[in-house]
Unconditional design. Sequence first.
Length: 96
Amino acid sequence: MLTGKQKRYLRSLAHHLDPIFQVGKGGVNEHLIRHIEEALEVRELIKVTVLNNSGEDRDEVGQQLAEGAGAELVQVIGKIIVLYKESRDHKTIELP
């Protein structure tokens, strides 16, 4: 579980990132979660965009992705979801 200070720090790091995944009409599925897990192992911090044609609630999508990938939900703002998971092999982010 992340503290408020850690979330603020991660949000500041994520500000300059571009989203690398999109959730569309298909919603959240195992294929998407597997790719997000792999990306989190390499990058630790990623952004995901929820497209307008997705009928699901953005907060629920964020929860599903975080639980499925074993990650922490840092932020859901607008259509952007920010996820963090500490990497085992490629650790680059030092939390305060």
